[in-house]
Write a protein that binds this ligand. Structure first.
Ligand code: TXA
Ligand code: MG
Length: 331
């Protein structure tokens, strides 16, 4: 039986006890729900991979409560001070040279570790009071859409994840931005996320590259961050995309079988039928992002033959939404 924990003092204590005893707990963060366990115990970390059916070549992010903890597990460059001041706690993960304390299983054998200080009050309190380093990938089966509500976790895993903290809807609804800082003179955007690349560039005062051949220090190119794989974050129903601002593709109009049609923004000419949906009324990507995965999961459960989605305008957070849409729709 799955137990949903609430924010009460007793439940909070149980959650901390479970994590201390080596159990996994699904926890809310400001990005997506994470499947958390003690990062320093290889047998706990192994369980995370097994439950998610995640290949062992895909490293996990380690979550921390305070800046001082970085030095215990990694070698931070000076540049991290600036980034942490602006973006931590928050949806930024940095990849740094790791120290021996971090089990190789966590980092998939890489000499680097991904670290994030989340801002969601629940996981922050768990990190502070437990004193643990928590490994927490998104709490979804490998390759599927990330969970942005507690019920998504139980829908995907059933009794395989019996401990879930219900912290409501995730604020950002999209996984953290990942920045590679193994060479601080050449920072690399390993995964776009809620914090736009331009914001990071402004703080660092230098350009941030997109990974490509030549960044082997982060692993084989396609293995760098499987969040970077061409196909990832995908529903089971086939998805097609159409450009922002254009009308629904002819194939949709001609289709006899039911297709779900998702507009980025509701428009005057949006057809009024039960197979039409939209992410925003006014086009604000901050409103669209937290709804995206929940809507795709919902439609994935409804026997549609296809889901047809309008892309976001490609600026700022819109670019991150499009990144996830392209991966979800990749064939
Ligand atoms: O917002 C988030 O980051 C969420 C919440 C729960 O914190 N977590 C999350 O974890 O998205 P996950 O495991 O689903 O995605 C983490 C990505 C993976 O694609 C992994 O390959 C990459 O981070 N990653 C982790 N450590 C890395 C490293 N040392 N080098 C390169 N990529 C790394
Ligand atoms: Mg994930």
């Amino acid at each position: 039986m799955t137990r949903f924990f609430k924010e009460s003092v007793e439940d909070f204590r149980s959650v901390v006890d479970l994590l201390h005893s080596g159990e996994l707990v699904a926890l809310p963060t400001e990005t997506v729900y994470g499947l958390a366990g003690d990062a320093l115990r290889p047998n706990v970390v192994r369980k995370i991979f097994e439950v998610k059916m995640r290949p062992f070549i895909d490293p996990l992010i380690v979550h921390i409560a305070n800046y001082g903890q970085v030095e215990e597990i990694a070698e931070p460059p000076r540049e991290l001070d600036l980034l942490a001041e602006s973006f931590w706690p928050g949806p930024l993960t940095v990849v740094l040279p790791k120290k021996a304390k971090v089990p190789d299983l966590v980092t998939a054998g890489l000499p680097s570790v991904g670290i994030r200080m989340p801002s969601h009050s629940y996981i922050r309190k768990v990190l502070q009071q437990s004193g643990l380093f928590l490994a927490a990938p998104s709490a979804n089966p490998f390759g599927y859409l990330s969970p942005t509500r507690a019920v998504h976790v139980t829908n995907s895993f059933g009794p395989k994840v019996p401990h879930i903290v219900d912290g409501g809807n995730c604020k950002h609804g999209i996984e953290s931005t990942i920045l590679g800082l193994l060479n601080p003179n050449e920072p690399v955007l390993l995964r776009p996320g809620p914090i736009a690349r331009e914001k990071l560039e402004a703080i660092l005062g230098r350009q941030i590259n997109i990974p490509c051949k030549g960044f082997e220090e982060y692993g084989e190119v396609n293995q760098i961050a499987p969040g970077n794989l061409k196909k990832h974050y995908s529903p089971s129903t086939p998805m097609d995309l159409f450009p922002n601002g254009s009308s629904a593709p002819q194939t949709f109009k001609a289709s006899k079988t039911p297709t779900a049609l998702v507009f980025y923004q509701r428009k005057k000419e949006t057809p009024a039928n039960e197979h039409c949906f939209w992410l925003t009324e006014d086009g604000d990507p901050k409103v669209a992002a937290p709804k995206l995965f929940a809507l795709l999961r919902n439609l994935d459960g409804r026997n549609y033959d296809r889901i047809c989605v309008e892309m976001a305008p490609p600026e700022g957070l819109g670019a991150t939404i499009n990144d996830r849409l392209l991966r979800a729709a990749a064939k």
